[in-house]
Design a protein around this ligand. Structure first.
Ligand code: G3H
Ligand code: 13P
Ligand code: ZN
Length: 328
């Protein structure tokens, strides 16, 4: 059944667990996520970016979610708009059956340019007022996602901002966070702690100076009742990088957000954990493997079925690590 982000995260807070939010673009990702949720008896958040909505089309995505719900009636699913760039994106998502939206006012409508605090408050508040009228939840973001190693955003996936920002602008300020939540009445707050989207987050295993988990602890102290969201939280596991490269992929050594750091975040108010890249790598590595091992193969199902299994394995691991398993 479809539930709102608020319902799900209130339950998660009550029982001290976190919920992975996996990105969806197609049927195979949807099947992998739901098969994993069913196997682990877990609720789950499925989220679609603007790019996903363009790729699959709003109607196809809406029907896909409807189909997944019908196939897996026992799983509580929250359908969420990832990184809405303005009120229109958020409202049209709700029209298509999404139960939750992210209004990301930390960047402008182009999804690149860091904004001023007042703009962020105004646009987020506007969306919250309207979404709440029709029972949908809202996630806001304060601070800019981006690397503390380089002072820049993740350029590769189009979500990063342009230019360089200093540490203060990148990280969420705990006092400002308290003010932001009071003014906008968001149901969940995405915080910036040095993570970025995509595979290339850190050039070595992250320590506290580049992955600022202490900022989460400080925000949680100020806002003990606010559900916090970690973006850019793929772990980019070594095994997946090796598997991808083994079959001809070329991914330079990189480091993501270690699962145990996320688990630590969950002890300090993190309730939603965004993961896209890990599923992308698991999928791509499998497609490469089949293409290499069985060179005469041309039936897409022979590529996609094992890819679903590989993505499912990642989902199961996160649902278990974050304590989501068992709470459906
Ligand atoms: O926000 C980042 C997610 O990984 C979605 O990426 O815009 O390429 O679909 P996308
Ligand atoms: P990753 O690129 O780390 O998977 O992050 C996804 C994300 O934050 C989607 O909003
Ligand atoms: Zn994100």
């Amino acid at each position: 059944a479809l539930i709102t982000l608020r319902q799900l995260l209130d339950h998660a807070a009550e029982h001290d667990y976190g919920v992975p939010a996996f990105n969806i673009n197609n049927m195979e990702q949807g099947l992998a996520i739901c098969q994993a949720a069913k196997q682990t008896d877990a609720p789950v958040i499925i989220q679609a970016s603007r790019g996903a909505r363009q790729y699959a089309g709003d109607l196809m995505l809406a029907k896909l979610i409807e189909g997944l719900q019908a196939l897996y009636p026992e799983i509580p699913i929250c359908m969420h708009q990832d990184h809405g760039n303005n009120a229109a994106t958020c409202l049209s998502a709700i029209q298509h059956g999404f139960t939750s939206v992210m209004m990301d006012g930390s960047l402008g409508e182009d999804g690149k340019t860091p904004t001023e605090y007042d703009y962020n408050v105004d646009v987020t508040k506007k969306v919250t007022e309207m979404a709440h009228m029709v029972g949908a939840s809202v996630e806001g973001e304060l601070g800019c996602l981006g690397s503390l190693e380089t002072g820049s955003g993740e350029a590769e996936d189009g979500h990063g901002f342009e230019g360089k920002l200093d540490r203060e602008k990148l990280l969420t300020d705990p006092d400002q966070a308290a003010e932001f939540v009071a003014e906008t009445k968001v149901d969940a707050l995405a915080v910036a702690i040095g993570t970025s989207h995509g595979a290339y987050k850190f050039t070595q295993k992250p320590t506290g100076d580049v992955l600022a988990m202490n900022v989460i602890e400080a925000i949680h102290k100020k806002l003990p009742d606010t559900h916090l969201v970690m973006h850019g939280s793929s772990s980019v596991p070594q095994e997946l990088q090796e598997e991808f490269n083994k079959w001809g992929g070329e991914m330079p050594q990189t480091y993501g957000v270690p699962v145990d750091e996320i688990v630590r975040g969950i002890k300090h108010g993190v309730r939603k954990v965004n993961i896209d890249t890990d599923l992308r790598i698991a999928c791509a590595a499998t497609l490469r493997r089949v293409a290499t091992e069985d060179k005469s193969q041309f039936d897409p199902r022979k590529f996609l079925k094992p890819a679903v299994a590989a993505m499912k394995e990642v989902c199961v691991a996160r649902l278990e690590a974050f304590g989501t398993a068992g709470w459906a």
